[in-house]
Design a binder for this molecule. Structure first.
Ligand code: SF4
Length: 230
């Protein structure tokens, strides 16, 4: 093999490695939350998360997964014939090449959303993507990880989601929304932790305090009770 053949092979291997992501699952279902609730959606779940929220319902995505070429991922997404694609995790932004996937999905004409923890920088996410960004309330055990500067990178089509496990979480969320004018930046979603706070109690607190936020229950939990693949 000549020197130039070797360098071509090395370049090919490097560019192929640069186009791969570790994927836990790709599945076709109904979007269960946020602005696109109810739409038939393809979910691309990336493996890995640097956080450990106590109420996490996707711990199976922390480890394992399979390396997949981004072009392969795009082909599988296309095979489901859905207009909406949700890139989720784990924490998808923990893999830098997630940004490439998001861009390519947008280029292909999908309505793309990204579910992210709010702990990693979102400033370089393609502006066509609808970010659904968590702020972690105290009972998650991870509120120290909130990257508040992310609020400055939200666009009007984005959403901030706060998962609430207690009255303490609710009061924290209420103060955070007011202090940072989050509702002036984008839609704010308050969602109860299943089994921790009564959904009706959360709804009544929101009404009582006349909050500018949207209450949500996770539709996929009502439909499929958290079974993987939905
Ligand atoms: S950020 Fe999301 S995936 Fe990571 S531990 Fe928290 S809830 Fe689970």
């Amino acid at each position: 093999m000549s020197g130039s053949d070797t360098s071509v092979e090395m370049t090919t291997a490097a560019s192929s490695a640069a186009e791969r992501l570790r994927i836990t699952e790709i599945f076709h279902s109904i979007q269960g939350e946020a602005d696109a609730i109810g739409w038939r959606t393809v979910f691309v779940r990336l493996t890995g998360c640097p956080l450990r929220c106590v109420w996490c319902d996707t711990e199976y995505s922390f480890y394992g997964g399979n390396w997949r070429d981004i072009d392969d991922i795009l082909a599988e997404v296309a095979s489901h014939g859905a207009r909406h694609v949700c890139v989720t995790g784990g924490e998808p932004l923990a893999q830098k090449r997630c940004l490439v996937l998001l861009q390519k999905l947008c280029d292909a004409g999908y309505e793309v959303s990204l579910e992210t923890s709010g702990a990693l920088d979102v400033s370089t996410v393609d502006p066509r993507v609808r970010k659904v960004m968590d702020l972690k309330a105290p009972d998650s055990g991870e509120s120290k990880r909130n990257l508040w500067s992310n609020l400055d990178h939200l666009l009007p089509h984005d959403q901030v989601k706060i998962v609430i496990a207690s009255r303490t979480d609710y009061e924290w969320a209420r103060e955070a929304v007011a202090e940072h004018d989050i509702d002036q930046r984008c839609m704010v979603l308050f969602s109860p932790v299943h089994g921790a706070v009564e959904p009706r109690a959360l709804a009544e607190w929101i009404i009582e305090d006349k909050l500018p936020v949207r209450f949500q229950l996770q539709l996929h939990k009502l439909l499929w009770h958290d079974a993987p693949g939905h």
